[in-house]
Write a protein that binds this ligand. Sequence first.
Ligand code: SAH
Length: 200
Amino acid sequence: MKSRLRLEEVSDPAVLRAMQTVPREEFVPGHLRGAAYDDCALPIACGQTISQPAVVAYMTEQLCLAPGDRVLEVGTGSGYQAAVLAEIVRDVYSIERIPELARAAAARLARLGYANVHVREGDGTQGWPEAAPYDAIMVTAAADDIPPALIAQLDVSGRLIMPVGGSYEAQVLLLLERKTPEEISSRRLWAVRFVPLISG
Ligand code: SAH
């Protein structure tokens, strides 16, 4: 079943292995299990979505992760992206604003044995300061701008990826890298469609 994932464009072996290891069918609603390995986003509870596998792989690869990294994810959703990250890095801190989704994702990740994923319910635009700084930050919901608190929690040499652009039609992935404490580079990558990042 997993062969339907589009992974030809993934070149980082750790990302490829993670995508082949995480059982996506565990993260989609029961009635959509048959479509779990199609390369498309699928609806989850509360009007949210689990991202398209090709986008999960691409965003993960752009972060250039190392095994010892500590990563912050904003927008836990189903927990699928957090599991993919957790296959590659030491610790994943993931924040979800909808309590029902945060609870379900935490339980699912625990059941699947992802002891290195820490899920918190709350507003991810404020980051997770107690565990900062992070080697990498991934935001899986879109907004006009990158929340300043997240940039502040990025370590030197750290990378941050986030869909930026207000309207659903005009989002692009932005990749930041903190070169020095003061200097941050930025690159525009794929055009994408994500649900909105909601503050507060
Ligand atoms: N990464 C998820 C998909 C996320 S969909 C997965 O792999 O399944 C985007 C998620 O971001 C939604 O669950 C939405 O509730 C959440 N979200 C939106 N605004 C947020 C905020 N300010 N803080 C935390 N989570 C937020």
